[in-house]
Design a protein around this ligand. Sequence first.
Ligand SMILES: Cc1cc2nc3c(=O)[nH]c(=O)nc-3n(C[C@H](O)[C@H](O)[C@H](O)COP(=O)(O)OP(=O)(O)OC[C@H]3O[C@@H](n4cnc5c(N)ncnc54)[C@H](O)[C@@H]3O)c2cc1C
Length: 393
Amino acid sequence: MKRVAVLGGGPAGSIAAAKLAAAGLETFVLDEKLAWEKPCGGGITYKAYDKYTFLRDNDTPKQIVTDTMITAPGAGTASMRLRQPLLIYSRYDLNGMLLRRAEQAGAKVEKTRVLELQRREGRWNLRTRHGDLDADYCIVATGARNPLRDVGTQLRPADAMLALGYYVPAEQAHVDIQFLPQLEGYIWVFPRRGHLSVGICGKGEPAQKLRARLEQYMREKELDYTKAQFYSHLLPSLETPAWKTNRIAGTGWMAVGDAGGLVDPITGEGLYYAMRSADLAASTLIADACPVAEAGVSYRQILQHDFGEDLAFGAMIAQRVFLGSFLFRAVPTRMVEFMRRSPRFLDLMQDLFAGTQPYLTLRDRLLSNLNGTLGEVVMSFFFQRLIPGGQRA
Ligand SMILES: Cc1cc2nc3c(=O)[nH]c(=O)nc-3n(C[C@H](O)[C@H](O)[C@H](O)COP(=O)(O)OP(=O)(O)OC[C@H]3O[C@@H](n4cnc5c(N)ncnc54)[C@H](O)[C@@H]3O)c2cc1C
């Protein structure tokens, strides 16, 4: 193994490149835009900055948000003071910081578009907008709109959701999350430095309808979208069968981040999984014991064990979370009601927000807490007592 080409320099590509270069491999990052304002909320959970502490400990501008308001139809709003704050970056700043980190580790970063890749005699030939390049291995990190058809996940329409929104020149200190009737998705308002990222993600609904839902919400909240910059992008959201057949590696290549479909199918969180998958892919490649031909197999197994199984399980329960019902009311409605009335349930939501509650053990935790949670809900009805921070509809 001599030379690795990292195709795409978003969070996934930069993290992989930094690790590979630091391990002494000749590493090239090829990105057509370099640092850019990729449509994104830019929210980084505790799970991400606890593992990758450089996301927290740096001079790059970011918002540190502790207050969250969650609203569902018919339930009003529950407020939650996060034990572990959410970090919110502009993607221009985040991408720039991660690319500089890769460069400092020794990676060569080039602004160019990869047009085609061909495998010849055990090596890669890459055709780019600015000439050809040879490589022994490719890390595919070209995002959800990966134009390279032979590598990376094959997203069917059912395996993606649309995400769109506006950058609004306004300020607020807290995050808003709004569930909507009959939508497998949600609206968010994320405060950033100098503006708000207000957006909606949803599965199975056309962009026009999602946009109309978002604009109605913004009118109600007096968030002016008429002069705000609009954005839209694709968000991988693999269905259960796709997790089984997902094309994340092949001979001489591995896909990381969105190019591998590695996004939480419920929350849409992709930044952690982009960085984690890149870290795992680079580690697999660096490992001496792993021959190049088998690296992809190893990567698939490690990924599955690390978070793949959990996200696949998330895909199984996603519809029930947004569209299901519990005790004759919609699940999001019950969620907000319970947050306001049960400290145990609020505790669970804290962990879900921090990213420390896996989906695989969610059911067991809910069941073991059920009596206590319902007890707290009933008591709060009797005594009209709400937990601190809880608000009435
Ligand atoms: C509206 C929206 C809101 C989101 N909000 C959040 C959030 O708050 N928190 C969160 O965790 N996740 C969020 N996500 C998901 C997150 O944005 C992605 O998961 C994350 O960007 C994936 O990183 P990546 O490096 O895999 O891909 P990307 O960030 O998409 O990077 C891919 C890179 O590849 C480059 N590229 C593509 N094709 C080529 C080519 N042919 N040649 C050269 N370069 C190429 C692009 O220029 C780009 O820089 C959101 C997504 C959307 C759409």
